[in-house]
Design a binder for this molecule. Structure first.
Ligand SMILES: [Cu+2]
Length: 254
């Protein structure tokens, strides 16, 4: 716990030292967030490098053996003595383990990364998501609702607590490298770390009926200040609606 606080204090230092200073609000939410998206990209790249190297090694060896031990005249027979059992086992197992070691290492890295992805950063903006045929309905902590459009501030992790009104859907944001099912009767979650303003596609990745392919929306990442004013303006509209509603009810009762 103490360590954690120390760590946060240190990671916040560069922001405190910024000339002009970032806003106090921003400083308070900045802590080192390990972005799983970058990790997934990195791991993907490593796997690609890995299988390329292994592929090239095996291809070259195969070519060499093809050439070196080719038949030089029709009817020529090989002179290789049969291998002992120990030799057979050794030649099968040792190279397999040498190459598998690398696979296990990658798999372990993948699990580790998945672990990071399952730990939601403390400073996340929590948005509820209810999916349905065929819409994504988002509800913010202040009650503001949006449909098929998730607006978020740049620089703060976002966690979606998801459920579904009807069948299984899957909220997929390719740019953030995440995909997670939403289903009735269960709350699942996903989080991502939008770092710069921009737009990103959201699509449903679980076949959910006739209009499944039309079930897409977007994540709009806004600069912090712009998001804050949008968020407050939407909340104000909500207040007006609520007052009108209670006024109407009051008038009805008279
Ligand atoms: Cu769907």
């Amino acid at each position: 716990m103490r360590n954690n606080r120390l760590h946060r204090a240190f990671t916040a230092l560069p922001f405190v030292a910024l000339p002009g200073g970032a806003s106090a609000e921003f400083e308070s939410i900045v802590e080192k967030v390990e972005d799983p998206a970058a990790g997934f990209d990195h791991l993907w790249f490593e796997v690609m490098v890995d299988i390329t190297i292994i592929g090239v090694i095996f291809a070259l060896l195969a070519l060499y053996f093809l050439f070196r031990y080719r038949r030089r005249s029709p009817g020529e027979e090989g002179t290789q003595k049969p291998l002992s059992n120990l030799n057979i086992i050794g030649w099968a197992l040792i190279p397999a383990f040498v190459f598998m070691a690398d696979d296990f290492y990658m798999a372990a890295k993948g699990w580790q990364l998945y672990d990071t992805y399952r730990r939601v950063p403390e400073n996340s903006l929590e948005v509820k998501l209810e999916s349905a045929m065929w819409t994504w309905d988002y509800t913010y902590p202040n009650g503001v609702k949006t449909y098929n459009e998730l607006r978020v501030p740049a620089g703060q992790p976002v966690v979606l607590r998801m459920t579904s009104r009807d069948t299984i859907h899957s909220h997929f944001i390719p740019d953030f490298r995440i995909k997670e099912d939403s289903m009735p009767g269960r709350v699942t979650y996903m989080w991502f770390y939008p770092q710069k303003p921009g737009e990103h596609i959201v699509s449903c990745a679980e076949y959910c009926g006739q209009l499944h392919s039309r079930m897409y929306g977007k994540v709009i990442v806004m600069p912090r200040g712009e998001f804050d004013s949008w968020y407050q303006a939407e909340a104000a509209k909500l207040d007006v609606k609520l007052t009108k509603l209670s006024d109407n009810r009051g008038a009805g009762q008279k």
